[in-house]
Ligand binder design. Sequence first.
Ligand code: CA
Length: 539
Amino acid sequence: MESSMVKMRRMARLRTLSCALILLLAAVPGKASAQSVLSKAVRTSESMEPALSHPAQEAAAQAKLGALLAKNGKRPNIVWLLIDDMGYGDPGAFGGGAAIGAATVNMDRLAREGLKLTSTYSEPTCTPTRSAILTGRLPVRTGLTRPILAGDKLTKNPWAAETSLPKLLGEAGYKTVLSGKWHVGEAVGMRPQDVGFDEFYGFYEAAKEISQGVDKRRYPDLVLNPERLAMLRQTGSSDALTHGFKNGTTTSVEIIDSIEKMAEADRLLKEFSVAKIKELAAAGAPFFLEHSFMKVHADNFASKEFEGKSASKYPYKDGIVEVDAYIGEVVKALDEAGVLDNTFIFITSDNGPQLDSWPDSGYTPFRGAKGSAWEGGVRVPGIAYWRGTIAPGRESDELFSLMDLFNTSLRLAGAKDKIPTDRYIDGIDQASFLLVDHGRSNREKVFIWNEQTLMAMRMYEYKIHVKITEKHAQWLNIDMTTISDVGLAPWLFNLYIDPKEEYPVGHRMNAFLAPMGAEMKAHVATFRKYPPNDVGLGK
Ligand code: CA
């Protein structure tokens, strides 16, 4: 039985969430079809995000995929290499690398030999992005609006109302594996092996959730105080490397109870992925592998082999060099298994750098960092690589949302008809953009939410904020911020002349304030028919 206190809290949460959306919805017209003069996107279904239409490009993509299917006799493998908290400016291909003390030769090569996407957008934090890319849905819709932390008690299983990408790919004949960090719930029913993955080898939570129980230098009040440590353990969060199978066993491979063991976590994950690729390639069925690094989320401890291997020698930078080396090894494993030419690879980060943990943090040339709706929080490196299919040397600044990986992966699997129609899907099929030479993006807008609050929208090179994140200490983009209303005019930036979002062009230098506002209202109106889920992650 739900205690009255729990019930009251739940009701309060629902009221807060409802109030925010009712206020937003009160400002918008009744129909979701309002479209401004700025928009060329086409809404083909009430439940699908409108997309730009490129018929010739679509036909070229279809022909390319058809020829590949005829040649290979099976659908392509899909491999995501998801790095935790890496900054936009960390890889050399995106302006960092050796210039900031950590060369990234493998990522740079893959960017050079594939498609470099300079306007790729994540959500502002881990759990939101990780759930969004597997559902094609904004966190505000699924309720997974912020990271799940040790001791968090969700009021219901968010996955009960969602359909995951691995589940749909499994139905389409794929083998599906998650190697690495999960961070979308660790209770039975919420684990990767419960929600669609055939196999999970990794960790349920972020690196810091483990290090706070073992790193006496950073968390002495916990690690050196047995009573407090016992309290931490009572939260029930797992510090085990876990191996689980769909409808099968789930076992702890190793308890991570020292920083020395933490240091080797990504090496173990890499070794698993390399062996698994060999096994999956030999088995024959197409596969989906999400290799999800623990690094470079704080707290970083480089694997023994990589300690001091960056020019900078700092643990974060050694972590970047380590992650980059493992990316090279995973791609090499695909090549050696003979499947590289039939594998779509996407490399990215789940959010901006966590400047709160500086100097154990990445670099972004943009304003803000992880946690904020400024570009620094949500603009991440994006590399699409597919040897022989994506032309080398491509670069595009057109829009790509990581949620697009949901629709795009199903398209590549020949399973586009499996995309759910009973809920709103924010992802867009970007296969034609990624695969066709000189392809154009099918995405017109990116909406940036921070928990239950719609903050901003990117459209063309413009970014409009209707709310802003303000930080009250130079580096603390998570631990010391407030969200504020804008004044008379929304803050509208032209990112091509002001990538750091410092000086709004406003109505003085931009004619599109009102049309951009209309686009945001049309977005909010989609929540009328498709209300958000509340799983208890509100404040
Ligand atoms: Ca993250």
